[in-house]
Design a protein around this ligand. Structure first.
Ligand code: EPU
Length: 433
């Protein structure tokens, strides 16, 4: 297994391009199942999660060709609506195969993925939506068997305990495309990634109203066709580079069409006194060179609120900022696995239920340590901490990071970071010598 070795303390300067958004690209690739015609998808990030979904799609009969590293030709001429456990267990996003199978052929048999480190992640709202469309849903031997042969458009409220659901909205939206008549989804998620999916579906010929709002109107049973589509830039990657500039006191210009970094994030950056500007063409300039940052309070919420996928990175940032900050998780109340690791580097963060109370300091330096990555965004937070820490940081289980950040080491090195990958075996060998 690979381990990241970071020698911290270097200011990061220069220009970096963010990749296509993983969370937009995953459902878009799945939505290619909705037509038997060929779709060309551009700006596909080269990530292990994307390779996993492509394997799953191949497994159900989809033909996939790489035109180049970031452009795919996807053709689902004939498909088998059955996704087995072995294919699905590695990635939760594969649950949105259900909606695409229902939208295309009115039935679906998809194994439910297992547990997830960042929280329970149930799919009760997805099931509620399918049932409202008139599907019968049955759990059999770990598979969710859904029969949607008589789906009829309906009014569906998709809000839950934690607000709207991103993948649930994608799922019910795609299923509704196969229903007779009009479906209205209320309390729909409208994260930029859902908007991107809707725009892709529209390009395929779907008739969807209310895109970018919490109420989507979907006209079912219009035949969809192939198309060419470019996935949006990754706003979480952009947010991570903003934190990297601020934490290392460098200056980073971020390109790649990531202008979907939400106002909630800019608002917090302004509140802490950070110099981060978005130019008219969508380029972001994050300048940490002359800063004197202040603490703040952050609450993660569904869009347009502060994104949970930047919570860990901001915990790392705020631990280097003078004053007490409070970060509250309202999407995944237990998504704090990075906190004990940050504390091992000298941060002072207390967890109280779903709140992280951060006693930040700009003068007390974090110190390098051996750390364990637990999930994608936690890994990013540990990287950020390692980049500004004194001495060497070793991050184990770094495959979590590779699920969602394309060439992250290389991009950071191009900005001046001192990072390399080694392996557990090499580390053990060094210890023995
Ligand atoms: N929820 C329910 N019932 C449901 C569905 C969701 O209670 O039927 C709860 C979840 O447990 C959670 C909240 O609602 O507490 C929001 O979950 P949502 O369904 O919106 O999350 P998701 O679609 O499974 C996507 C992203 C996540 C991101 C969340 C929130 C993808 C592939 N994943 O997950 O991204 O954190 O939305 O914005 O798009 C990541 O990239 O690191 C990541 C975890």
């Amino acid at each position: 297994m690979e381990v990241a070795r970071i020698i911290g303390g270097r200011e990061l300067h220069g220009e970096v391009w963010v990749s296509g958004s993983k969370n937009a690209c995953l459902p878009i690739l799945v939505a290619c199942l909705l037509t038997e015609e060929e779709c060309i998808i551009e700006n596909v990030p080269n990530l292990s999660d994307i390779r996993l979904i492509l394997d799953i799609l191949r497994n159900v009969g989809v033909n996939i060709e790489y035109i180049d590293t970031h452009t795919l030709k996807v053709c689902a001429a004939a498909i088998n609506p059955h996704a087995p456990y072995d294919a699905v267990k590695k990635m939760r996003a594969s649950v949105c195969l259900m909606g695409a199978f229902l939208g295309r052929i009115g039935r679906s048999s998809v194994s439910l993925p297992g547990g997830c480190i960042i929280g329970q992640r149930p799919i009760d709202l997805h099931i509620k939506g399918f049932k409202k469309l008139g599907c019968t849903v049955e759990m059999k031997n770990g598979y969710l068997e859904v029969d949607g042969s008589n789906m009829v458009g309906s009014r569906i409220f998709l809000g839950g305990r934690y607000g709207s659901t991103v993948t649930g909205t994608a799922n019910v939206l795609m299923a509704a495309l196969g229903a007779q008549g009009v479906t209205i989804i209320e309390s729909a998620a409208y994260e930029p990634e859902i908007v991107d999916l809707c725009l892709f579906l529209r390009r395929q010929g779907a008739i969807i109203g209310g895109i970018g709002t919490s109420m989507l109107t979907i006209e079912g049973r219009h035949k969809l066709h192939g198309c060419r589509y470019r996935v949006i830039g990754d706003r979480v990657e952009a947010g991570t580079f903003i934190c990297a500039a601020l934490m290392t006191r460098g200056r980073i210009t971020i390109r790649g069409n990531a202008q979907n970094v939400s106002s909630a994030v800019y608002d917090k950056l302004e509140e802490i006194g950070a110099d981060v500007r978005e130019l008219e063409d969508g380029t972001i300039v994050a300048d940490g060179t002359k800063q004197n940052l202040r603490s703040t309070e952050i609450i993660t919420l569904p869009y347009p609120g502060f994104p949970t996928d930047l919570q860990a990175q901001f915990c790392a940032l705020l631990s280097c900022v003078d004053g007490i900050s409070v970060v509250s998780e309202r999407i995944y109340p237990t998504r704090f696995m990075h906190i004990p690791e940050l504390n091992r580097m000298g941060a002072s963060i207390m967890l109280e239920e779903s709140h992280a109370i951060i006693h930040g300091s700009s003068s007390r330096k974090l110190t390098g340590a051996q750390l364990m990555a637990s999930d994608l965004r936690a890994s990013a937070a540990l990287y950020l901490a390692g980049l500004c820490a004194e001495n060497e940081t070793l991050i184990h289980r770094i495959y979590h990071l590779d699920r969602g950040y394309e060439n992250f080491d290389e991009k950071l090195r191009s900005l001046g970071a001192n990072i390399e990958r080694t392996t557990e075996t090499d580390l053990e060998r060094c210890e023995l010598n």
